[in-house]
Design a protein around this ligand. Structure first.
Ligand code: ZN
Length: 234
């Protein structure tokens, strides 16, 4: 019987951690890939390794399906794109109505690199935590963008790649609920303590929802989702 395998774009953030855990319940074999693109919140790269270790300890059954982790150096992206994610400037809205944390083409490149890796590893399912329901307005998180990219990858590699974005239609409160449904309080705790979302890389302040500055767009979304989810449990 053919083994079902998936390659998960795993950043060390909340969304990709939920995607990774869900993939471990759906596929026979799961590999992970992370990208170093000169992000200011480089601490997320350190969180990745810790997260993978803690996942293995807390969920040994699921972790049996976990294959190698791959890191890809994409330092060139920081040199090309002047954004607040790769430079030490304040995060603010631009005159295009997008936060200046938008790294143009980032998700297009991530999936293209993931496809190149998947091609070599014999994995056609690529999983990412993109979400258009409750996000910062990044155009490369949209379903339409993902559909077009999937088609381009299929044509460009003559391989039937499948891009899966299980969080596309759910909001951040729904992501917390999904984590609780999939892995119970142990997974929720692991996400609070070990995932990183804050754009500024702040891990000095611990909130109920985890570490972060509490005021950047990523922290605000994460906190808001957590509070709505918590309230819904009462
Ligand atoms: Zn923050």
């Amino acid at each position: 019987m053919t083994q079902l395998s998936a390659l998960v774009l795993f950043s060390g953030g909340q969304d990709s951690t939920v995607c990774l855990f869900q993939s471990l319940t759906r596929f026979d074999r799961v590999e992970t890939v992370g990208f170093d693109y000169g992000q200011r919140h480089r601490v997320e790269l350190e969180c990745r390794a810790t997260l993978l270790e803690r996942l293995k300890t807390a969920f040994p059954e699921q972790a049996k399906r976990l294959g190698p982790d791959h890191m890809v150096d994409m330092g060139g992206l920081a040199a090309l794109s002047q954004t607040s994610l790769t430079r030490d400037v304040a995060i603010e809205m631009t005159d295009r109505g997008l936060p200046n944390s938008f790294v143009p083409g980032r998700n297009l490149l991530f999936f293209t690199y993931a496809a190149a890796l998947g091609y070599r590893r014999g994995i056609k399912t690529l999983v990412g935590g993109m979400c258009e329901t409750d996000y910062s307005g990044y155009p490369d998180c949209r379903q339409d963008t993902m559909d077009a990219l999937e088609l381009a990858l299929r044509l460009g590699t003559e391989t039937d790649f499948d891009i899966q974005t299980p969080l596309m239609r759910i909001d951040k409160a729904g992501t917390w609920a999904l984590a609780a449904e999939l892995g119970g309080p142990v997974l929720v705790d692991l996400i609070i303590e070990n995932t990183h979302t804050c754009y500024l890389g702040d891990r000095t302040t611990r909130h109920a929802w985890g570490y972060g500055c509490g005021t950047c767009p990523a922290c605000e979304l994460r906190a808001k989702g957590y509070n709505i989810w918590k309230t819904s449990l009462d």
